[in-house]
Design a protein around this ligand. Structure first.
Ligand SMILES: Cc1ncc(COP(=O)(O)O)c(C=O)c1O
Length: 444
């Protein structure tokens, strides 16, 4: 009986929803500026074909400037490294470099690309770096800092740097959660002193910083909680080791202001209901999880850092944002090929263009630019892959939907382009959004 009560209490807690219903006014405010760009998007597809990714360079640049400015107002000079994995289009990285950002890479392939776009400051993070990848980092030692992920990696880097007799700057990643799947990243906080001592014995590894990364942060709580935990470990470190620390990299994971937009299937309650009634999944409800503005992130993180970092530790703060920078800077266009019923349309694009079944859980408006209207109508908008999970949405904004109509899904810049798959359908090309003075490009 107690077990049953316990289970029911836990289930009730899990199903208690922190998700608010999506406010229709918010949605309209999001869709309206997209309609203003109707002719521009139509012209781009006429010129470059469909489906098509559209890169908004102006938006990307302004996000990069704002991010740095906000953190510098709170922390003084900081180093920002764009997390390339969030959008690996070379042009995006090149623009970030032009804006004075470094690049955060997680593989040898990304490292080569970062060098090709002219990055002069590169953080190489990630677990399981191979000997080839470490060697590539050593070969680019004038611009790469290796963020070591384990004792094993330190030993491999020690061995390789001795072999090449080349000095490499390095940091070490700290595990933020020692349980579950996140323990695969970094070393436990409790091993930090031992790691620093061991690195001291590696003559060509110049260990000068610490890194951590917490993901999917709608609020700064996970980041500030970890910084507070780090304090007690830092206070226990011998002064000579502490003094060698020149940077603290607090990672990325800053959620855009838009918040998280979810369908029922993306919430615990919705998942539960869909399991109970698999024949009638809820495709109508939309939910919103609030995220806080970037200046609140910066304020609270700065306040925690000021209290947490020992006075003897004189280090620069580094950040590795991905999605906050690029989410709003790319849009996806596609064309309706077939309308099989009033409520069933098939597009030329398949979700291989974004590489995952995103829109089964996440909600983004599908906007019909050919028959534009702010009102939304129910209709399954599905891609042309041979899988029923090839879903773009269950509604569109427009007066009607017909073969040949041009559809827009705005703000698809993060973790879509880099995950695209060469599967069944060709991949969309990318073109740039011309900057118009009169209209406001799509954004949250
Ligand atoms: C080490 C590291 N830094 C930065 C990022 C970027 O995170 P986000 O795009 O959420 O800002 C990631 C994402 O997985 C990461 O693993």
């Amino acid at each position: 009986m107690t077990l049953l009560t316990d289970l029911l209490t836990k289930a009730a807690k899990l199903l208690r929803s922190p998700y608010q219903k999506m406010d229709e006014g918010r949605l309209k405010a999001f869709v309206t500026p997209c309609l203003e760009y109707r002719d521009v998007f139509t012209g781009l597809v006429r010129e470059h074909g469909s489906p098509l990714y559209v890169l908004d360079e102006g938006r990307l640049r302004s996000r990069a400037r704002r991010f740095r400015q906000v953190f510098e107002e709170c922390l003084g000079s900081v180093d920002v490294f764009f997390a390339m994995k969030s959008n690996n289009m070379p042009e995006v990285s090149r623009i970030m470099v032009e804006e004075g950002l470094g690049l955060d890479v997680s593989s040898g392939v990304e490292l080569v690309q970062a060098c090709e776009v002219g990055a002069t400051r590169i953080f190489f993070s990630g677990p399981g770096k191979t000997e080839e990848e470490l060697t590539a980092a050593i070969n680019q030692a004038d611009r790469v800092t290796v963020l070591m992920d384990s004792f094993g990696e330190l030993r491999r880097l020690d061995h390789l740097t001795r072999q090449y007799r080349r000095m490499v700057c390095a940091g070490v990643r700290l595990t933020t959660n020692p349980n579950g799947l996140w323990r695969k990243f970094g070393i436990p906080l409790t091993s930090l002193a031992q790691f620093l001592r061991e690195a001291h014995g590696a003559p060509f590894v110049k260990l000068e910083g610490l890194q951590f990364h917490t993901s999917w942060n709608l609020l700064p709580d996970a980041q500030t909680a970890f910084i507070a935990r780090l304090r007690s470990e830092l206070l226990d470190l011998p002064a000579n080791l502490l003094e060698t620390m020149k940077f603290l990299d607090i990672g990325g994971g800053f959620w855009p202001e838009q918040g998280e937009w979810l369908r029922a299937a993306g919430t615990p309650f919705g998942k539960f209901i869909n399991l109970l009634f698999p024949g009638r999944p809820d495709t109508v409800s939309r939910f919103w999880l609030e995220s806080c503005p970037i200046d609140i992130f910066a304020d609270q993180i700065a306040e925690t850092l000021q209290a947490a970092l020992p006075k003897t530790m004189n280090c620069r703060i580094c950040l590795e944002p991905g999605r906050w920078l690029c989410h709003e800077a790319m849009h996806l266009l596609m064309t309706v090929v077939d309308v099989k019923a009033d409520n069933l349309a098939i597009t030329d694009a398949g979700t291989n263009a974004i590489g995952w079944e995103r829109f089964e859980q996440d909600y983004f408006p599908v906007i019909n630019l050919t028959h534009p209207e702010i009102e939304e109508h129910p209709c399954d908008i599905l891609g042309s892959l041979c899988t029923p999970h090839d879903v773009w949405g269950y509604s569109y904004h427009g007066t009607a939907i017909r073969p040949g109509d041009l559809l827009l899904i705005p703000t698809q810049g993060a973790y879509t382009y880099s995950l695209r798959q060469d599967f069944i359908k060709p991949l969309p090309e990318v073109t740039r959004l011309p900057q118009l003075r009169s209209a406001r490009p799509p954004q949250s």
